[in-house]
Design a protein around this ligand. Sequence first.
Ligand SMILES: [Cu+2]
Length: 180
Amino acid sequence: MQETAWQVSLVLMTIIAFGFVFVAINSGKRIKDYQPLVKSAYGTRTKLFWVLVLVFFPVMIYTLFDLPYSPGHSKQDSSAEPQVINVTGHSWYWQMSNNEVTTGTPVEINVTSADVNHGFGIYDTNMRLVAQTQAMPEYTNKIRHTFDKAGTYRILCMEYCGVAHHSMMSEIKVININEE
Ligand SMILES: [Cu+2]
């Protein structure tokens, strides 16, 4: 899967590179009378703008209420002593102070980066996003999440950060507190 992603990326990068070369070669040529073309293109652009506004604004409003992860600051969380994981994103791996937590107690995750921006996303066993934040250099973002279900949760990078972005994977093992 990762190999396929890498090969597809390479092919797409090559196509884009050819596109740039094509434009560079043809940029010297002049089209004599392009005024009518400009007029119709501007007309299309205005129409497209309003179509995008009318279609995507309601979609945005509707989907905002149905975020696939919890907002993270629920009241029941605030009293208990949290389990802490400190995370640093590197190109291209996650450095984590701890990979094992238990269900029922909030987990406080402090996320930062050693180099460029990364996206720290936690996915459950069905690959559904449960929590996420940005990993930023010289800044620490905090997320608080209480795991209800035991299992191996996957960490994926959610922000394109370079050629080996797809290999930025890690795991958090969540153990059921009653089985301890
Ligand atoms: Cu990335």
